[in-house]
Design a protein around this ligand. Structure first.
Ligand SMILES: Cc1ncc(COP(=O)(O)O)c(C=O)c1O
Length: 335
């Protein structure tokens, strides 16, 4: 019987879903959202807090301040509450209500940025606010998930070895990119292994991370309006850019088979299916995609028909339009 004394000790880190039954594709999903913070960001949050404590940067009375689209903020709120720190989260209007309420329930203060900082978008505006706060008072400690090496080291130490232990014959790993922490940690780990593993990054159309033009994006989590400093694209073999409509389509397809995942997972799966559909040898490959989140936090957005229609037009029309561009594996969902 597991007995825990801290909320972040509950983390089912060894669950893989075989998506063959949903899409007919040879793809396994490593679920990273089965912990009390509900997403992969718990790992980065814990690693950054522990390092800051070791380095005496975080001390009693400190207030952690961080820019987050929601999930890192929730993880930090939980950790800060348990370890006795204050937490101030700077987020933006895309952060869903459930995430804001969760952070506040843990005692965090949440500030919501609504005006983009020109080309640097809402993320740029969030970072400006964090810098202003840090200039204001020395009690604030900015862990800075965008540049903190402990972010990627969390995945180098835990996520990648867990995938390798379960899939020693791994050929391809699909990883979504936000700050690039998960991507860089896993890429660095597999680059050091004797067996070559193809690292495929998945990002949202409208994100500037891999050099595309900045466009408005509605689904929080993956993608960035400012190029993430952690990213070293020489460690990435391939990049798939996913339109948000395909993210929705894939989330809904999985939900229709009983798997309710979040927007980031929908994006990663959609990108993986697209990449696999272009490969003749897909059936022979051992492939894993990292699923960063669960779906419940997205009931008022990804899974709300009115929200979807408001932002993406009538589901009926985009369903048909999307189907025309979708790879064979995605169409197999209705078989
Ligand atoms: C749900 C979710 N998935 C994925 C990511 C991106 O992961 P990473 O920051 O490690 O690139 C984030 C946040 O950045 C997220 O909140």
């Amino acid at each position: 019987m597991p007995v825990v004394s801290a909320p972040y000790e509950i983390n089912a880190d060894d669950v893989f879903v075989n998506l063959e039954s949903v899409f007919g594709a040879p793809l396994h999903l490593k679920c990273e959202g089965f912990n009390l913070a509900g997403s992969v960001k718990l790992k980065a949050a814990l690693e950054m807090v522990r390092a800051a404590e070791r380095d005496n940067i975080l001390t009693p009375g400190s207030v952690i301040v961080e820019s987050s689209s929601g999930n890192l903020g929730i993880a930090l709120s939980m950790i800060a509450a348990h370890r006795g720190y204050g937490f101030l989260c700077v987020t933006d209007s895309r952060c869903n209500r459930a995430s804001r309420r969760l952070m506040e329930s843990f005692g965090a203060e949440v500030r919501v940025v609504t005006q983009a900082a020109g080309e640097r978008g809402l993320l740029g505006a969030r970072l400006d606010m964090v810098r202003e706060l840090c200039e204001e008072g020395s009690k604030y400690v900015w862990l800075n998930q965008y540049a903190n090496p402990n972010n990627w080291q969390a995945h180098y130490r835990t996520t990648a070895p867990a995938v390798a232990a379960e899939f020693p014959e791994l050929d391809v790993l699909f990883i979504g990119a936000g700050t690039g922490g998960t991507l860089m940690g896993c890429a660095r780990y597999f680059r050091e292994q004797p067996r070559p593993v193809t690292i495929v990054a998945v990002d949202s159309v409208g994100s500037v991370t891999f050099g595309g033009p900045a466009l408005p994006r509605m689904i929080p989590g993956l993608g960035a309006g400012v190029r993430p400093p952690l990213l070293d694209s020489s460690l990435v073999d391939d990049v798939v850019m996913v339109p948000e409509r395909d993210t929705l389509h894939t989330c809904h397809a999985m939900a229709r088979r009983g798997f309710l995942f979040g927007g980031s997972t929908g994006t990663v799966v959609s990108g993986a299916l697209r990449w696999l559909a272009a490969r003749r040898d897909a059936a022979e490959l051992t492939t894993v995609a990292l699923a960063p989140d669960q779906g419940e936090r997205y009931l008022d957005s990804v899974y709300d028909p009115q929200w979807v229609e408001r932002h993406f037009g009538s589901p009926r029309s985009w369903d048909n339009a999307a189907d025309r561009d979708l790879p064979a594996y995605q169409l197999a969902r209705d078989a």
